[in-house]
Design a protein around this ligand. Structure first.
Ligand SMILES: *[C@@H]1O[C@H](CO)[C@@H](O)[C@H](O)[C@H]1NC(C)=O
Ligand SMILES: *[C@@H]1O[C@H](CO)[C@@H](O)[C@H](O)[C@H]1NC(C)=O
Ligand SMILES: *[C@@H]1O[C@H](CO)[C@@H](O)[C@H](O)[C@H]1NC(C)=O
Length: 215
């Protein structure tokens, strides 16, 4: 039952992606936002080739700037939805968000199974409870981020994404607090963090942080 509702959510997203106005959403949003006084300057947008596949280029650009995910992760994840080849720059972020929603929803189920399995001690059970709350909130935050993207409120989307990554990091760290232990949700946490980083990268190019005033 949950699967069919996830499926309809997916359909809804794909539909929304198609609805995103393609005009006026240049695949080169970087050009609009120069000059960039960032001490770690992003790759020079003037060398951003227009003609190559948007997915490949975005993944290359973002993987170059990221320490959490690789080009391969980015391409293989976003490729799972064929629409991404036709999508705008914004559309790619929404594809990543949709994958993250799917991931987080699956993880909620996984945590519930873990909690019912009776194989975790008191410390881990309380961590799992925290993670369960985090993941439930994350699904909502990710959907809010999609809404903000649709409204082109990239700073708002950024805030929602920060909540997601903060929560997931807390979930991951909970297990090892006070003991040496690998989190049983390591893979899931890392997946969401990587997908979130793709979204954050795209946000940064759409709406770079306001540079501090120099006077
Ligand atoms: C995009 O990347 C895929 C896999 O890395 C590759 O097979 C394909 O040729 C690339 N396309 C372009 C236009 O660069
Ligand atoms: C990413 O990094 C590689 C290797 O440093 C470089 O050749 C490539 O041009 C970069 N791509 C982009 C889009 O900045
Ligand atoms: C979560 O996302 C990753 C990366 O896109 C993917 O490889 C994995 O299959 C997804 N897992 C679930 C359970 O949705």
């Amino acid at each position: 039952m949950l699967h069919s509702s996830l499926f309809s959510i997916s359909c809804c997203f794909i539909f929304l992606i198609i609805l995103i106005p393609q005009h006026n959403s240049s695949p080169l949003p970087l050009l609009i936002h120069r000059p960039d006084p960032d001490p770690n300057p992003n790759p020079n947008p003037e060398h951003f080739p227009v003609s190559v596949d948007l997915l490949n280029t975005t993944c290359e650009l973002c993987a170059n700037a990221s320490s959490t995910f690789s080009y391969k992760f980015c391409v293989s994840s976003l490729q799972r939805l064929p629409i991404s080849h036709a999508a705008s720059f914004q559309g790619l972020a929404i594809v990543a968000l949709e994958l993250a929603v799917e991931n987080a929803s699956n993880t909620v189920l996984k945590i519930a199974n873990m909690m019912n399995s009776g194989t975790f001690d008191h410390h881990d059970m309380s961590c799992l409870e925290d993670c369960m709350e985090t993941y439930s909130h994350s699904v909502a935050s990710l959907l809010n981020a999609v809404g903000a993207f649709m409204a082109r409120q990239y700073n708002v989307a950024n805030t929602w994404m920060s909540q997601v990554t903060k929560g997931i990091r807390r979930c991951e760290q909970g297990f090892s607090r006070g003991r040496k232990e690998t989190s049983p949700l390591k893979k899931q946490n890392y997946n969401i963090l990587q997908l979130s980083d793709i979204v954050l990268c795209i946000i940064q190019f759409l709406e770079p942080p306001t540079p501090p005033r120099s006077s």
